[in-house]
Write a protein that binds this ligand. Structure first.
Ligand code: NAD
Length: 338
């Protein structure tokens, strides 16, 4: 079977993880990654065996740094069938016309608007909507986290209203700029964009979101309050979560009090970069009172969208029609149990 040829534009937090995940599959391959400057990340990409493609006006800088370059970003379009655009938010949209002109497919990330592609992607909620599409968008880390738990609950027990408060990490661990380094910053423009973003995939869902930026780099933490259409029990909700893909139930009694221990768990599990692809829910923090459901979930912003990008490639390139087959294939390759 010939492998689908994937190019990665933007080898940063998300791009380098997607590149490793593509490399771990047996039905697709990385034909090249792009870097704009000859940084240590460009060097590690070369060391891992990825071919480097750079903007035309960066060729000299890479030559001066003695870093071997295979060609320009436009040359990569000739080698790739699909580009996974992992450039910073709002930069991806500038590349869309180039992908279009080259006649190749492209996946954008959550930093771009839904209107750029008209299709947004989540593996469990709407895998088939990106089937054969030229462009799709894997929604943001927080939106992916909300869809992973809310969609299966809505499928089994209809949701009347969902109210979510997101405590967001200030910056990613590798970022020395930004903040806050002290204090908490509420997003005062309400509702925050997260609720509407969930609706780009579940348009029928009544969801309202608020967000607070916190001085932490490790993970986001959501408090979720759901009004269900009918009364249910905590066990029924736990059973749904237990069987939902990429949702991991943990107990505070096992010593996992917060996001620090979750990241430590990722290290102990031997995960690549200690990544936690699953949305982590505290089992002993799930509570149902009548029609009201309450729970906490933690989102590893650097990695939860990585398996979704792999499934999105399979859907767009018509490689696997059955979402559950693609999900389990991706999971197995990344060491995700369910
Ligand atoms: P990043 O800044 O870590 O990486 C972006 C990469 O793109 C860098 O290597 C940068 O050098 C490169 N780049 C910048 N301008 C470029 C250009 N014009 N052409 C080619 N490459 C260019 O960003 P990130 O955190 O990986 O985010 C990428 C996308 O993923 C964004 O849409 C973001 O919203 C989304 N996302 C980020 C996170 C997160 O928490 N980091 C989570 C989910 C989704």
């Amino acid at each position: 079977m010939s492998k689908v040829k994937v190019g990665i534009n933007g080898y940063g937090t998300i791009g380098k993880r997607v590149a490793d995940a593509v490399k771990a599959q047996n039905d697709m391959e990385v034909v090249g990654v792009t870097k704009t400057r000859p940084t240590f990340e460009a060097q590690t990409a070369i060391d891992k065996g990825f071919s480097l493609y750079v903007p035309e006006d960066s060729l000299k800088a890479f030559r001066d740094a003695k870093m071997p370059v295979k060609g320009t970003i436009k040359d990569l379009y000739k080698a790739a069938e699909i580009m996974v655009d992992c450039t910073p938010g709002d930069v991806g949209e500038k590349y869309k016309a180039e992908y279009e002109a080259a006649g190749i497919k492209a996946i954008f990330q959550g930093g771009e608007d839904h209107s750029l592609t008209g299709i947004s992607f989540n593996s469990t909620a709407n895998y088939s909507e990106s089937w054969g599409a030229q462009f799709s968008r894997v929604v943001s880390c927080n939106t992916t986290g909300l869809l992973r738990t809310l969609n299966p609950i809505d499928k089994k027990i209809k949701i009347k209203n969902a109210y979510v408060t997101l405590v967001r990490r200030g910056v990613d661990p590798g970022d020395s700029k930004g903040g806050p380094i002290n204090g908490l910053e509420p997003t005062v423009k309400l509702p925050t964009h997260h609720g509407p973003d969930v609706k780009s995939i579940m348009p029928w869902l009544n969801i309202n979101t608020m967000a607070i930026k916190a001085s932490t780099t490790l993970m986001h933490l959501h408090t979720v309050v759901v009004e269900l259409e009918k009364e249910t029990g905590t066990d029924e909700i736990l059973n749904i979560m237990r069987t939902s893909p990429r949702v991991k139930l943990i107990k505070s009694s096992s010593g996992i009090k917060g996001t620090a221990e979750i990241m430590e768990l990722g290290r102990e599990m031997g995960r690549n970069r200690s990544d936690m692809y699953e949305i982590v829910v505290w089992e002993d923090g799930v509570k149902v009172v009548g029609k009201m459901l309450y729970y906490y979930q933690a989102v590893h912003q650097e990695s939860d969208v990585v398996p979704e990008n792999i499934d999105c490639i399979r859907s767009m390139c018509k490689m696997e029609e059955d979402a559950s087959v693609s999900i389990s294939k991706t999971n197995k390759s990344l060491g995700i149990r369910q």
